[in-house]
Design a protein around this ligand. Structure first.
Ligand code: SF4
Length: 397
């Protein structure tokens, strides 16, 4: 007897057509009212250029370093998340700020720009796996536990830029500061002048790497707070004696690199300089030659003499562009496996065209708006970071 085909059940992580439908379990929601141009449309580049030209100074397009080439070609400025938000704030004539990045970056841009500026994220599904690993109710529970143990008063929250606006606001309300990968060391030094321990959110690797590598702590000084376990999976005594309470979060892109990735590239390319981002695991950092932010990675390769060779542990779009920019140098990806930031890559040319053409038609789509109270306290935490010596003018992420 012939069997009829039965459509399989949708998995929690079902891949949806770009711009169509929504999967609330895995995404923040995808909404593209109107027609999303097909990716096969040969006129996409011309349409994006025409829409951008029609909008003129009213639109300012921010392109994160990890963004794909087809989108980055339309960026007015490229950079890390914090630098981009600052650039948008410095362009008050830009009524529309289109952020080719991920959700938390657009939130930061909304917090830092003026009220008359509208921030747009071309695809609302462009989230960040790391930021999503710290949900507000989990952080609230953790803080309640620390309060019950009598430890909250002596604990300073330090939150990485790669976090949602409400976690930034929690940090501001509770006497803490934001940090970037460039100023995490200074932020930790600042916090240890104010408290006995730090609750570091949401990237355990940046927290551990900074504490151990830059501040000389031991791995035993760092304990991981697991939001999926009662009391973070630790005892009161463990929390009390820790100097770093590291939130159990990580970047799914930088977390892919392993110590074996480093061993392998050194074997294949003897003498190569291994240059990695501090969101990588601690064992990768220990084996690398140089560790630093995306701006550090870019400036190091830019300044290196011809003939230099680098294996770079960060997002692949950036590494590819660096390799193309320096044909006189060898720039390779640290791992053999391809590793893009999948969520950031949701922002593609069809979504950029759709958002720009909508603006031309006086239709604001996918606006990212942070409520005033959250924005206020997030701003307090950001301002504490900016008040650190030398931070306001330094590169960031
Ligand atoms: S590279 Fe990692 S931290 Fe950055 S946006 Fe992508 S998932 Fe988030």
């Amino acid at each position: 007897m012939a069997q009829s085909f039965v459509e399989p059940e949708k998995t929690p992580l079902a891949l949806l057509l770009l711009g169509q439908d929504a999967d609330p379990d895995s995404e923040r929601g995808v909404e593209c009212p109107g027609d999303l141009p097909p990716a096969s449309d040969p006129d996409l580049v011309a349409r994006a250029a025409a829409a951008k030209a029609a909008l003129g100074d009213r639109v300012f397009i921010l392109g994160h370093h990890y963004q794909r080439d087809e989108v980055i070609q339309f960026a007015d400025v490229t950079g890390d998340s914090f630098k981009l938000s600052q650039q948008a704030a410095a362009r008050p004539e830009a009524q529309f700020v289109v952020f080719a990045g991920v959700h938390f970056m657009a939130e930061s841009a909304d917090i830092l720009t003026a009220d008359h500026q509208t921030v747009i994220l071309p695809d609302l599904a462009a989230g960040c796996s790391m930021a999503d690993m710290a949900a507000m109710h989990q952080v609230d529970e953790a803080w309640q536990t620390l309060t019950r143990w009598g430890l909250a008063e002596s604990t300073v929250p330090i939150t990485y830029m790669n976090s949602s606006a409400d976690i930034k606001a929690f940090t501001g309300r509770n006497g803490g500061s934001i940090c970037t990968s460039s100023n995490a060391k200074r932020s930790l030094e600042w916090s240890f002048e104010r408290g006995e321990r730090v609750l570091f959110l949401p990237d355990q690797h940046l927290g551990r790497n900074t504490a151990v590598r830059d501040l000389g702590m031991s791995l035993e000084d760092c304990v991981v707070w697991d939001p999926h376990k009662p009391d973070g999976g630790m005892t009161e005594e463990q929390a009390r004696s820790a100097r770093m309470l590291l939130w159990k979060g990580h970047c799914s892109v930088h977390g892919k690199f392993t110590a074996e990735s480093v061993d392998d590239v050194r074997e294949r390319m003897p003498g190569i300089t291994v240059l990695v981002h501090p969101e990588c695991r601690h064992e990768v950092i220990n084996k690398a030659d140089l560790v630093g932010s995306t701006e550090f990675i870019i400036s190091t390769i830019d300044a290196a003499p011809p003939g230099s060779a680098f294996a770079v542990g960060t997002e692949l779009n950036l590494v590819r562009r660096l390799a193309l920019r320096h044909p006189d140098k060898t720039v390779v990806f640290l791992d053999k496996a391809v590793c893009f930031c999948a969520t950031m890559n949701r922002i593609d040319l069809p979504h950029l065209v759709w958002s720009l053409e909508s603006l031309v038609e006086d239709r604001v789509v996918n606006q990212i708006s942070v409520d005033p109270d959250t924005a206020h306290w997030a701003r307090v935490a950001l301002d504490r970071m900016l008040a650190l010596p030398g931070v306001a003018s330094a590169p960031t992420d």
